[in-house]
Design a protein around this ligand. Structure first.
Ligand SMILES: NC(=O)C1=CN([C@@H]2O[C@H](COP(=O)(O)OP(=O)(O)OC[C@H]3O[C@@H](n4cnc5c(N)ncnc54)[C@H](OP(=O)(O)O)[C@@H]3O)[C@@H](O)[C@H]2O)C=CC1
Ligand SMILES: CC(=O)[C@H](N)C(=O)O
Length: 256
């Protein structure tokens, strides 16, 4: 049984990826993971490909063990793994709670690695892994401090894993989008206070375009996907300009 697994499938780009995979009509099933079961069941109804809803809170360590049990029972051939579950909180080190600080590290780093390690034994030659990182991986980001650091971790992990999997012919793509305005991410990331440290998201992209481009790059086996002009230019500039200057520029941009 050839399957795809998508985490963070109940909204945003994760859900968009499920739609794209469904349209490809080459999977026997798509396993979708997130906390909101009703959203996953809704997605299953809309899909022509059989969708298995796997409601899990990936912030909890034992949830990955449940995924391991499903895999052991079904013994599928996982052709595509997409780790899209993730969240961020905007605010200074004083404002973001310890719960969220640990939660971001847990979901964006630990869970992404744990899911990948758990699924890898079920992947064969020609399979793809897509890790949703961020442009935030390219430089330190004050007021998105821990989130950006978590994405830098995932980016580095993905790049090195790609090399380790080269001989197994499994490709790993680190997808690094710029802000996406039509997912739940930004609403969840804002603290709710009137004068947020980050108030504007100029040139933010849209989920459909980001997902489509990331899917194309992943199928081409690219190491890094920058789905859009802003993230492509950001990647190049961050390689040339020192972090201190980039952070100064960022400080001006986020106050616009
Ligand atoms: N939007 C943006 O500006 C950008 C987003 N990204 C990254 O893209 C990815 C997708 O984000 P996006 O689609 O924008 O945002 P959404 O908030 O719309 O999607 C996040 C997904 O993650 C799931 N999720 C959150 N917490 C958990 C958890 N504890 N266990 C399991 N699933 C969880 C959510 O489902 P549920 O709540 O049902 O559990 C949801 O399906 C994230 O990794 C994000 O960091 C990268 C760059 C820019
Ligand atoms: C929220 C994000 O990941 C965004 N790409 C950013 O630039 O911080």
């Amino acid at each position: 049984m050839n399957i795809a697994i998508v985490t963070g499938a109940s909204s945003g780009i994760g859900r968009e990826f499920v739609r794209l995979l469904d349209a490809q009509k080459k999977y026997d099933a798509i396993w979708v993971i997130a906390r909101r079961k009703e959203r996953l069941l809704e997605l299953a109804k809309q899909s022509e490909t059989p969708v298995l809803a796997v409601p899990l809170d990936l912030g909890e360590k034992q949830s990955v063990r449940k995924l391991a049990e499903y895999l052991k029972k079904e013994n599928p051939n996982v052709r595509m793994l997409i780790n899209a579950a993730g969240y961020g909180k905007i605010g200074s080190y004083k404002e973001v709670s310890l719960e969220d600080t640990e939660g971001m590290i847990d979901l964006n780093c630990r869970a992404a690695v744990a899911v990948t390690q758990t699924v890898l034994p079920y992947m064969k030659k020609g399979s793809h892994i897509m890790q949703i990182c961020s442009t935030a991986a390219f430089q330190p980001f004050p007021y998105l401090n821990v989130y950006a650091a978590s994405k830098a971790f995932l980016y580095r992990y993905s790049r090195a894993l790609r090399v380790e999997l080269f001989l197994r012919r499994i490709s790993v793509t680190a997808v690094c989008p710029y802000w996406i305005k039509d997912t739940e991410f930004i609403g969840r990331a804002k603290s709710g206070k009137k004068k947020s440290e980050i108030r504007s998201f100029p040139f933010a992209s849209r989920q459909k375009a980001v997902a489509r481009r990331a899917m194309r790059d992943t199928r081409l086996g690219m190491a890094v996907s920058t789905p859009g002009f802003m993230c492509s230019i950001h990647r190049v500039i961050a390689k040339i300009i020192p972090s201190e200057i980039m952070m100064g520029f960022w400080a001006a941009l986020r106050r616009l």
